[in-house]
Design a protein around this ligand. Structure first.
Ligand code: ZN
Ligand code: ZN
Length: 379
């Protein structure tokens, strides 16, 4: 069951967005990123098409959802007070008409979620409408809403914590379930089945189950390879609850690991824990990344750490901030939900990654994930 956000939450978010629009000299924003749309309105409609679930138009004195008939009832239920415009024909002429009626002059659109075709259609529709509509300026924008989403409120944190809890329960279940001979794909299917049974609305992302040499690829897809005793098996998974994601990675070994594998595991764990201890508000993404990266480099594994240390998560599995060598522009703030996930990858042998979900506090970080970090599972 969804934890409802009070309507004032959405009103506050919209007000903050309007302030941002003011500094960007925009009168309005056409929101087509589904997560941004949901964040600002509570409307959860989602469609693979670019515009059928709708676009949210934020103007100085109204918030309007343009959506098609299939979503009207859902929108009325989820977003009381939202102005709804029902789309019957093409999207662009209706959007143009709605913009003209709102009396706005400079309208931002989300450059990362509007196709070139849609922008052309909107411009053509404004021109066709005439009566002044042709002078409405469409301006591409980036990252207007996304940075607002980085700091979570109490209801968002509650949803993330619940998603993390389901994910931890799933790992606990796997620790008893895994047996030599099971295929990676079979395990991935069990992850999804179990998470849904525990109340997840779905997966936050496609699970990774990478055994033996497959673990050398940070983003390996599960294959028909049977897992074996004594090899590292990396499992990266997350439940989604009330729209919010969890993210957890554990590398385990059924039976006794080789000495080399244990040494690599210990290095990754030391780096992961060093980063969790050192995270605090005021660090930028690069400094946060260095907490894990320097610890791995000190143990001789710097070259084998192939990705960034972590990422923000929320309605999307990857969002602001980035804990990355290239993430210096985002400062950590209390209330940000992030992952900490250093790893070591050795071509032809495999890999080890350990990942928790955490939330930045006023003086450090609170790790939400409670799954154990023992490498060897007795078999
Ligand atoms: Zn992950
Ligand atoms: Zn992650």
């Amino acid at each position: 069951m969804a934890i409802a956000e009070p309507m004032t939450t959405y009103a506050t978010r919209v007000e903050r967005l309007r302030e941002r629009l003011g500094t960007e000299h925009l009168d309005a924003l056409l929101v087509t990123n589904p997560e941004n749309r949901r964040y600002l309105s509570g409307f959860t409609g989602h469609d693979s098409g670019a515009d059928s679930a709708g676009a949210l138009l934020v103007t100085p004195d109204a918030v309007t959802l343009i959506t098609d008939g299939r979503y009207i009832e859902q929108a009325e239920h989820e977003c009381p007070g939202l102005r709804l415009v029902k789309r019957e024909g093409e999207f662009a002429p209706l959007a143009a008409k709605t913009l003209a009626e709102a009396g706005v002059a400079r309208v931002g659109f989300e450059a990362t979620h509007v196709t070139v075709a849609l922008r052309d259609d909107l411009e053509a529709a404004l021109k066709e409408l005439g009566e002044g509509a042709e002078s409405i300026m469409l301006t591409p924008t980036r990252r207007l809403v996304e940075p607002m989403r980085a700091v979570k409120d109490a209801a968002e944190l509650a949803a993330i914590e619940h998603a993390v809890e389901i994910t931890d329960e799933t790992f606990e279940h796997l620790c008893g379930y895994l047996q030599p001979g099971m295929t990676e794909r079979q395990i991935a299917q069990e992850i999804e089945r179990y998470m849904r049974e525990r109340g997840a609305e779905g997966l936050a992302f496609d699970s990774i189950v990478a055994s033996g040499p497959n673990g050398a690829l940070p983003h390996a897809r599960p294959t028909e390879r049977p897992i074996q005793l004594g090899e590292p098996i990396t499992i990266d998974m997350g439940a989604r609850y009330n729209g919010y994601c969890a993210d957890l990675t554990r590398t385990v070994c059924l039976g006794a690991p080789e000495a080399q594998a244990q040494a690599i595991y210990d290095a990754v764990l030391a780096a992961q824990e060093a980063c969790e201890r050192g995270l605090k508000p005021g660090l930028n993404g690069q400094q946060a990344d260095a907490l894990a990266r320097d610890a791995l480099a000190a143990r001789g594994h710097g070259e084998q750490f192939l990705h960034s240390t972590g990422h923000g998560l929320g309605l999307e599995i990857h969002e602001h901030p980035r804990l990355s060598k290239f993430g210096a522009d985002h400062m950590l703030e209390p209330g940000m939900a992030v992952t900490i996930e250093p790893g070591v990858y050795v071509a032809g042998w495999g890999g080890v990654r350990i990942e928790d979900t955490a939330v930045i506090t006023t003086d450090g970080a609170r790790v939400l994930s409670t799954s154990h970090k023992r490498f060897s599972l007795p078999r």
